[in-house]
Design a protein. Sequence first.
Length: 299
Amino acid sequence: MDTALIVMAAGMASRYGGNKQIAGMGPNGEILLEYSVCDAIRAGFTKVVFIIRPEMLDDMKRICGDRLSRKIRVEYAFQDYSSLPGWYAVPEGRVKPYGTVHAVLCARDHVDGPFAVINADDYYGVDSFAAMRGFLAAGGEATRAAMVGYRLKNTVSAHGAVTRGVCRVEGGRLTGVNEVSNIRLFPDGRIADTSAGEPGRELDPEALVSMNFWGFRPGMFDVMDRYFQAFLRQAHADEMKAECLLPVMVGALLERGELSVDVLNTDAVWFGVTYQEDRPRVQQALKALHDAGVYPEKL
């Protein structure tokens, strides 16, 4: 049975000002998702499924997909409106994808075993993939999932606001996720939720947040499908930007007692690109990892 890595790469990257999923970041032009796939292969994952927009296919194959297919099974799933239920009418003029829950559901036909889900534009760290692979290999009921948590202070940007799923954890289990928008890092080091205006509500920099690194059993697809269809039924007909998000779904299922989530212990450090100005910092961090021998000269 395969252990699959689902890579969500269909996002529109509006804040970054370009297609950050296929922007070179490593010292040899590697893109961030190549590091994730490299770490997943070392951890024992056997398949990677890239969720992309149809028009990205040729670029993804050329930039990394064809090369990676020599090391691991590579498949592609398209996130577009053709995968929405037949009874649902997309509001006229909407172009935005329907979020990360919909993205994962688009990969359903490509996955027949346990799977992990990540963003394409984040770096998650070597240890995180080993911990997730260990959880998935252990087996268990469909309603038991896992999440790799990262410290809030390591996931904010000095160049603008971010949205994070701020987690509540007790005894190694996730007890709740609060999706917080407009989190800002201030020059004095303070981190605050400014969604209601500044100075905002101060947040604990050591708080764990979700960076969309989840692990699920295959039975979760049925749960996700029911949740997503309920989301579509509740959406307003004129809503242009509503998204069905994994952290929000997990939080709702936790509240209803329909899911339990292990928070995996790891020393891995996250970094990623939200804004163009974040890119030099990420490039420097990746070069340091190559120089330290964490990765070979060329992936």
